[in-house]
Design a protein. Sequence first.
Length: 308
Amino acid sequence: MKKEYRTFVEKLRQSLLDTLDMEEEKIFFNEGGTGLACTGDRLFIECDVHEGTREVCGIYAEELYEKYKSGTSIEQITKDVISELDKAKKGKFFEKTRNLIHYEKIKGDLFIRLINRDRHRKELKKAVYRTLGDIAMVLYLKIGEVDNCITSMKIRQEYVEMWGLDKDKVFEAALINTLKISPPRIYYWEKLIYDSDYQGEDFMEGDGDFALRRDAVGNCLSTTRRTNGAVAAFLPGVAEKLAGLIGQDFYLVFTSIHEVMIHNVDFAEPERLEDILQQTIEEATPEEDYLTSSIYRYCKDTGRFICV
């Protein structure tokens, strides 16, 4: 490790100790992605001790070092770290994590989020998830909500084993929770552009009279929150409803983790959709929002998704 990096870490640690007025052993550094810091160097801050269990927050030291090199002062980074700690406390992060061993206490906060399987192989090693092509549908716990943003964590396999429950049943329950937390919506582009308060169209209600587009333009599917809304495609009853409205199989084009375009197979060619998707990813999809470069198809007769 570079000397400058070590110096930065120690300066930040000392600044946090002084500002938070903590004892030396309450803030410690873990290098190399081992032990607690299984995904990278972290500076750990002991926030509380509850019934003999330490509650510790880990912050990524390398990310903060990059900010420091870009001109952010140690003082400002210290303020930012403390601000994040305050958000965790307000979002009841520690209270929720204490309850992790009790399924009944947290089952209503389990939900599903989509990420790219290949780009996140390391962090998926001990996670609970299903795959479809290169898409991973991952089980998360909602910790809290701060400034309309959900704070969450992946559920590890050992927790499901500790609960003594069937993994598939837990997963199905989480899909239903996700449907309640973030109901699916169809968004018309023209309304999205001109109406900042636009909440989308509730296509799940009614007896099939919703005006879904059946032409080559397609339909934008997301959720009421719109953040991580691409999961809407896999929520209970959604694909079946869309296929009924379209009257045909449909292609799914995941332009990001936040939304997916739905196209009638009679009016779209997968090769053309793939070209459009690649262009969209290159020009408009931030790296952290990328989900897949593949085109998927929902088969109306079988009720299955396939990678085209």
